[in-house]
Write a protein that binds this ligand. Structure first.
Ligand SMILES: Cc1cc2nc3c(=O)[nH]c(=O)nc-3n(C[C@H](O)[C@H](O)[C@H](O)COP(=O)(O)O)c2cc1C
Length: 304
């Protein structure tokens, strides 16, 4: 891993507010979308998307989302007004099939407009709360609002809606017999900076093994010429360092054919040999072959 220095430009929220307002949406991304269904005391329904949203607590099960005061005039959004009257919300999770219609629902329609009708979604009755659910949404969370934290009265001010999940509806076809779900099948979308969204598809999912069960040795304990490799990246070193102890060379294994080829073609004490070995190790790590990658490093004694 090359330890280079990074030049940075610093923006202060006291003087560079507009720049930060724009950049922060690119930086804190992707953001899941809370498609919030609410109702006022007259029974008028509202449906609007909010990406300042996440799951915050398992016990109690809590989601938080934030309808901001409008930038143009500091007025509050209908979703917040409704929640202040009827402290209930259904958080509908947005997948790719819903993305254009949910965007339409974000239009600033006049108070009292039912965005279910405007955006063409199907309203179905909830079990515990008055606002309806979006039938098309793969997962719907019925919530009661525990608290609303108002951050200021300025335009753009957040209002943190602290919503406790009462029940979770999941489209049946997404669940297997163990009540597990395939992340790819959910086909979620998320909001990023500007007009960008992203879609969670099978091709862009990958697994990072949890380091929790095994206490990894840490990058500081890797042999120096692995740690300082120009070829192995931070991700590679992270994988190599996620072992309980430096692995031992397994005796009696047949010599790896590619390593043999490298030995025949490059002097073992040459930088080229080290580089080729590290390139090979990088490929093995990218393919998920941690044990083999370590064995190659251990076999090529010059590398250690
Ligand atoms: C994907 C997406 C995410 C959004 N996230 C937020 C948000 O987190 N907070 C916010 O105040 N507005 C957000 N908006 C804009 C609101 O959806 C929009 O202001 C909406 O009209 C509010 O409706 P209401 O006044 O009926 O509650 C988002 C819009 C879209 C399309």
């Amino acid at each position: 891993m090359n330890s280079s220095s990074y030049d940075t430009i610093t923006f202060e929220s006291s003087t560079d507010k507009a720049i930060i307002d724009n950049l922060i949406k690119y930086a804190i991304a992707p953001r899941p979308i809370c498609f919030a269904s609410t109702i006022n005391h007259l029974g008028q329904i509202n449906l609007s998307p909010f990406s300042y949203f996440n799951f915050m607590s398992h016990q109690p099960p809590i989601c938080v989302f934030s309808p901001l005061r409008r930038m143009r005039d500091g007025s509050t959004k209908h979703t917040l007004d409704n929640i202040q009257e009827v402290r209930e919300v259904v958080i509908n999770i947005v997948n790719y099939a819903m993305v254009q219609q949910q965007s339409l629902a974000s239009t600033e329609y006049p108070q009292g407009t039912d965005e279910f009708n405007k955006s063409g979604f199907t309203a179905i009755a909830s079990v515990h709360v008055a606002p309806p659910r979006v039938a098309e949404s793969p997962i719907q969370l019925e919530c009661k609002v525990r608290d609303i934290i108002t951050l200021s009265d300025e335009p753009g001010a957040g209002n943190l809606v602290i919503a406790e999940i009462l029940c979770m509806h999941v489209h049946k076809h997404l669940l297997d017999n163990d009540n597990s779900i395939s992340q790819a099948d959910l086909d979620l979308v998320a909001r990023l900076g500007g007009d960008w969204y992203c879609r969670v598809t099978g091709e862009n999912l990958f697994i990072v093994p949890k380091p929790l069960r095994r206490l990894g040795i840490g990058i500081d304990q890797l042999p120096e010429n692995i740690r300082r490799s120009d070829t192995l990246t931070g991700n590679h070193l992270g994988l190599l360092a996620n072992v309980e102890a430096l692995p031992k060379l397994q005796q009696g294994l047949p010599e790896d054919k590619y390593l043999k080829y490298l030995r025949l073609n490059f002097p073992e004490d040459s930088p080229q040999f080290t580089q080729k070995v590290h390139e090979y190790v990088a490929q093995l790590l990218d393919a998920g072959q941690l044990d083999k990658a370590w064995q190659i490093l251990l076999c090529s004694t010059r590398v250690l």
